[in-house]
Design a protein around this ligand. Structure first.
Ligand code: UFG
Length: 345
């Protein structure tokens, strides 16, 4: 019998890459998704890549009864990896209640239902945004968290606090929170990748959409930061490396290797690259010139953020393996292949 794992938000960008890595590691994957920012076509794409069709349940995790029913049906699962959440920073500033409602109702219903049905391992999809503007770099997990700029970011910070309280109150329950830095790139097959709704907020999809002609030009938000070339520095991480970390994390809980009821890990490469370096890498791997313009700073952007990655390596044996050019090459392949074969999602 294969070990069963429930992946909420498994049709989304990071969720789908994680589902593939779980299947490759012989897990039985159950995907729960409301398809609000993803497509059911992901299921057949996962089949194309792995030869396996994961079980798919279309469900709104804000609905407590529906959530409890689905967890009851899969009460033999060994754990839950929870991706289901809204994630657009700008939209969350416009619609904070929608973000708090969606991200917390889904989280709380999942925690309540899974523990009610004896599924006591939980991996949470968190973000480096919980560090706010760091005073020291690279940033280690023991740095104090700060209230993030956006309601989206705040849902991640508060969710970690909920997990702290819940794991304390329930001896049987264990959780790992994974703080992502800047996930980019796509599966090497070109079958799945990042597909933001509407105009992208994030740098990488904006670059590739500009290069295919969907956007006129990239706006570079500020070149007057105190960094090597004046543009902000981030720790970009390949989504496939990130997905692999989730397999390590769930195995750690299944094997009872966790040393604390809630453990927290940074997921980054430890290397910071500026916006201009990302553009240069894109031009190098694509052979194209990118149309861009330097404009004013974007509200809420921190000048520099990159991870200390030792803890994830020491405790989970995980480290990122793919470099910036590989990340960008895969994102570019995905964008071109996707645009060629799909007029819609
Ligand atoms: N940028 C541009 N132009 C764009 C988009 C982005 O110049 O059109 C710049 C930003 O100013 C920033 C860098 O590219 O300096 C990266 O921006 P992203 O929007 O891609 O990523 P962020 O670092 O702002 O945000 C990411 C995730 C969030 C998460 C945050 C944690 O998208 O979900 O990291 O630090 F909260």
């Amino acid at each position: 019998m294969k070990t069963k794992i429930i992946v909420t938000g498994g049709c989304g960008y990071i969720g789908s890459h994680t589902a593939i890595e779980l299947i490759k590691n012989d897990f039985d994957v159950i995907i729960l998704d409301d398809l609000s920012n993803s497509t059911e076509k992901t299921i057949s794409r996962i089949h194309k890549i792995t030869g396996v069709t994961p079980t798919f349940v279309k469900i709104d995790l804000k609905d407590p009864l529906a959530t409890s029913t689905v967890f009851k049906m899969h009460n033999d699962a060994a754990g839950v990896i929870h991706f289901a959440a809204h994630k657009a920073v700008g939209e969350s500033v416009q619609k904070p209640l929608m973000y708090y409602k969606n991200n917390f109702y889904s989280l709380l219903n999942t925690l309540e239902s899974q523990s009610e049905h004896g599924i006591n391992n939980f991996i949470f999809s968190s973000s480096a945004t919980v560090y706010g503007t760091p005073n020291t770099l690279p940033i280690t997990e023991d740095n104090e968290t700060q209230r993030p700029f956006s309601p989206y970011g705040n849902t991640k910070k508060i969710a970690e606090e909920i997990l702290t309280d819940f794991t304390k109150s329930n001896d049987a329950f264990s959780a790992i929170s994974l703080r992502y830095f800047n996930p980019i790139g796509a599966h090497p097959s070109g079958e799945i990748g990042e597909l933001p709704n509407g105009i992208p907020n994030n740098l990488m999809p904006y670059i590739t959409q500009t290069a295919v002609g969907l956007r006129d030009k990239l706006m570079v938000y500020g070149n007057d930061y105190l960094t090597k070339d004046g543009t902000p520095i981030r720790d970009y991480i390949h989504v496939v490396d990130l997905a692999k970390a989730h397999v390590k994390a769930i195995n750690r809980l299944i094997d009872h290797k966790q040393q604390q009821p809630l453990e927290t890990y940074n997921l980054g490469t430890g290397n910071g690259f500026s916006v201009m370096e990302v553009i240069e890498s894109f031009e190098r791997v694509s052979g194209l010139k990118l149309n861009y313009e330097i404009v004013g700073r974007r509200e809420g952007d921190v000048p520099q953020l990159f991870a200390a990655t030792d803890l994830a390596y020491q405790k989970m044996g995980w480290k990122a393996e793919l470099g910036l050019d590989e990340m960008i090459d895969s994102a570019w392949c995905w964008e071109q292949k996707h645009r060629k074969h799909n007029t819609s999602k």
